[in-house]
Design a protein around this ligand. Structure first.
Ligand SMILES: [Zn+2]
Length: 393
């Protein structure tokens, strides 16, 4: 069967199945399904195959740790998840199609590493780049630093803001400059056309409910994803919650579990950890995200626990750019993980208290030789662009 006819048949069948079973996800999945299926099928057709996933066969850290919390968008049960991942490795197109038709939710299934079939298909292509369906024409990536752990990441037509919507941090940390705050909420360059704002957790040096509400009120095409405790604050802060709620993705994820979603061209997985200091509250989400072929990571305020990272399969999950706490390369366990397991191509160090801003560059210079590219995010730095590297990482 020709590729296009497979694709069209699948699209039509899935739409009708979706209606009949009343599958309802938090995000509009129809486009996602089509894209994900295209990726999975193209991987199968090209015979790329999918090797063992990092995390496969791994014992869950705690009972139920691999299962999303109740109330999340549907992920399929273990039987179906295993089915889709097994079929991807076998490359059996007909069976893959049959499984997708039988249960479209397998597209949002996650493996032990918390990856959807789309993520796994991408990872399977490894050093060769990513499948044509989402990775072709990889554009340069530009990082614009906002403040504390706040960054704007832009590539092609896609812009993602992470931990940038705040104005009243603990005074040890910097807030976005007033003109930057204004530009973000009004949507003037470089913050025009932001597709997705991501919030790692409800702390004032990462997030402010009022600023987030103002952002969504002004930026009508933007979606925001945040942990449910942060969303609860936004609901209180909003004068007209019903108007912005459809563009808010609220995630309620158990510690050690993950949730995968897609917003437009951005596919992401939220990985729930304790908050720095090993606190249950607020809910901290690390994000692994992917768009225009770039794989990116932001750790929010995770405790920096290497066991957590390995549990989530990050050791076998190469990223182009990781945005992490400044002390990781200076702490032996985290440093070893970065150098031997995680190996991000570009490592951006952040959450620097104001008092360490002058001291930190010298410290990082001492470990620079152990990394491909390591740099501090410092106030006033110009945007940094990462060029496309001939399709290989
Ligand atoms: Zn925090």
């Amino acid at each position: 069967m020709a590729w296009t006819s497979v694709q069209l048949t699948t699209v039509v069948t899935l739409r009708s199945v979706s209606v009949r079973t009343g599958v309802s996800d938090e995000v509009d999945m129809s486009v996602d399904r089509v894209l994900a299926i295209a990726v999975i099928l193209s991987a199968a057709l090209s015979g790329a195959g999918v090797g063992p996933m990092p995390g496969d066969g791994r014992e869950p850290r705690a009972a139920g740790a691999e299962r999303p919390a109740a109330g999340q968008a549907a992920t399929s049960g273990p039987r179906q998840s295993e089915g889709i991942f097994d079929l991807m490795s076998s490359g059996d197109l007909e069976k893959t199609r049959a499984l997708l038709v039988q249960d479209p939710r397998v597209v949002t299934a996650t493996d032990a590493a918390g990856r959807t079939p789309l993520f796994a298909a991408v990872a399977a292509r490894g050093a060769g780049g990513v499948p044509a369906a989402i990775g072709e024409g990889k554009s340069p990536l530009t990082l614009t630093y906002v403040a504390n752990m706040g960054v704007l990441l832009a590539s092609g037509d896609t812009k993602v803001l992470i931990d940038a919507l705040f104005d009243k941090p603990n005074p040890a940390y910097r807030a976005p400059a007033p003109d930057v705050l204004e530009a973000m909420t009004r949507g003037t360059a470089p913050f025009d056309g932001v597709d997705l704002a991501m919030v790692t957790h409800n702390h004032p040096d990462h997030f402010d409910a009022g600023v987030a509400v103002r952002f969504l009120e002004n930026r009508r095409s933007a979606t925001l994803v945040a942990p449910s405790d942060a969303v609860a604050e936004m609901r209180k802060a909003a004068t007209d919650w019903a108007r912005i709620e459809p563009r808010v993705i609220s995630l309620d994820v158990a510690v050690g579990a993950s949730a995968a979603r897609r917003v437009g061209s951005v596919a992401f997985t939220a990985l729930r950890t304790l908050h720095s200091g090993n606190n249950e509250s607020p809910m901290n989400l690390m994000y692994l995200l992917e768009f225009t072929g770039w794989r990116l990571f932001h750790d929010g305020d995770s405790p920096g626990n290497v066991d957590d990272f390995k549990h989530f399969g990050l050791a076998g999950s190469p990223v182009d750019l990781a945005v992490v706490h400044y002390w990781w390369p200076l702490e032996p366990n985290a440093a070893r993980f970065l150098q031997e397991d995680f190996k991000p191509t570009h490592l951006a160090l952040t959450h620097l208290p104001i008092r360490l801003e002058s001291d930190a560059p010298g410290k990082i210079d001492q470990v620079r030789r152990y990394y491909q590219d390591i740099f501090l995010l410092l106030p006033g730095m110009p945007p940094r662009t990462f060029p496309v590297r001939g399709g290989t990482r």
